[in-house]
Write a protein of this length. Structure first.
Length: 256
């Protein structure tokens, strides 16, 4: 999958105040967003194959994530990630798996090859974690209708934030040398209780030649979510696996 080339046009330095206005607005939005609960249609494509599922998403900053994938036949998979731990339940095989929540495991089961904190921010329409939005060395440019604020890391990695009408519409990260690692686009913004929120999220990962998109249905933001939401319990008789090791099926409790 090849992303289309971009042709940015630099904006003179006197527009520095404009970039601060945009990034300050994004930082304020981040302070006003804590959680998301929504139904969603997820579509994924890679290597000429595609997948479409209906999901129930629960997202809680900084790294709480629960995904319940459904089909016409019922629940296909439940995944929960929190505090670095990962739990997965596969009802079709009555299998319960535990491990470490990582970019690799999220790529396999949620189709987002990112660490949980970054995946949570991606789904909430926020900037990636781990860099200063008000970095004075950030540069401003234009790409089509977007105003783009670009940040360069000492290791040569660059991150771009694209804005339209003060809304974040694009996040992009490039490796040293300019190769795009990922690009996320946000569209279909709606006002939810005074917070502008995107109903459509689409991400491309050129290295794996994959694309994943989410169309949110009736999203609810900032509802208080108990931490127990992100803890799954094995069903009676489930086969438990951890880091490739198989554990005997759990047994229901018996009295007497």
């Amino acid at each position: 999958m090849q992303l289309p080339p971009t042709h940015p046009r630099d904006i003179p330095n006197f527009a520095r105040d404009r970039s601060l206005d945009l990034t300050n607005s994004l930082a304020e939005r981040a302070r006003s967003l804590d959680s998301l609960q929504t139904e969603a249609v997820m579509q994924y494509s890679a290597g000429g194959k595609s997948l479409k599922t209906h999901e129930e998403l629960v997202v809680q900053r900084p790294d709480g994530l629960k995904v319940e994938a459904r089909s016409a036949f019922g629940v296909e998979l439940i995944l929960a990630a929190h505090n670095g731990d990962l739990q997965i339940f596969d009802p079709s095989q009555n299998r319960f798996m535990t491990g470490t929540a990582s970019a690799d495991t999220l790529a396999k089961y949620v189709r987002i090859p990112m660490m949980p904190k970054d995946a949570v921010n991606l789904l909430l329409g926020l900037a990636p974690t781990g860099f200063d939005l008000n970095d004075p060395t950030a540069k401003l440019s234009e790409e089509g209708t977007m105003t783009v604020v670009s940040y360069a890391s000492p290791d040569g990695t660059t991150r771009d934030l694209g804005f339209e009408d003060r809304n974040l519409v694009m996040v992009r990260e490039a490796a040293p040398g300019g190769t795009t690692r990922y690009r996320v686009d946000y569209t279909d913004y709606h006002d939810i209780g005074g917070v502008m929120f995107p109903y459509r999220v689409a991400a491309e990962f050129p290295e794996s030649q994959s694309r994943v998109s989410f169309h949110y249905r009736r999203p609810i933001i900032n509802r208080q979510i108990p931490s127990s939401t992100f803890v799954l319990t094995p069903a009676p008789g489930a086969t438990e696996t951890h880091l490739g090791m198989t554990i005997a099926p759990s047994q229901p409790d018996h009295e007497g």
